[in-house]
Design a protein around this ligand. Structure first.
Ligand code: ZN
Length: 86
C-alpha cells in the first residue's frame, strides 16, 4: 500500500517523463475504471490504485497520462505505453 502523497508524487514524475502537463491529481472511489482525465490536465484515479503493485500502478498512470496527448489507443499511444512500462 502506497500513501496518497507518494502516489501523487510518482504521477508527477511520470508526467515529466511522458512530457505532459498536469494540473490536478485526485483520488476517489470510481466504479468502472481505474482513472479518467480531462483535457485541462485534471487526473482522477480510483483510490484502490494505492493497493496495486508498483507495476500495475505504473501501467495505469502512464496509460492515463498518455491520454492527455492521445485521446485514443492508436499506434503511437500503444508504442509509447509499451516503451514506458516494460
Ligand atoms: Zn485508455
Amino acid at each position: 500500500m502506497i500513501s496518497p502523497e507518494s502516489f501523487k508524487r510518482s504521477v508527477g514524475e511520470w508526467a515529466k517523463t511522458c512530457k505532459v502537463e498536469i494540473n490536478e491529481i485526485h483520488l476517489r472511489k470510481m466504479k468502472n475504471k481505474w482513472a479518467s482525465c480531462s483535457s485541462r490536465g485534471r487526473l482522477t484515479f480510483d483510490r484502490a490504485i494505492l493497493r496495486q503493485s508498483k507495476d500495475e500502478r505504473t501501467k495505469i498512470i502512464v496509460h492515463e497520462l498518455l491520454h492527455l496527448r492521445y485521446p485514443n489507443h492508436g499506434k503511437m499511444f500503444r508504442a509509447l505505453l509499451k516503451a514506458y512500462t516494460k
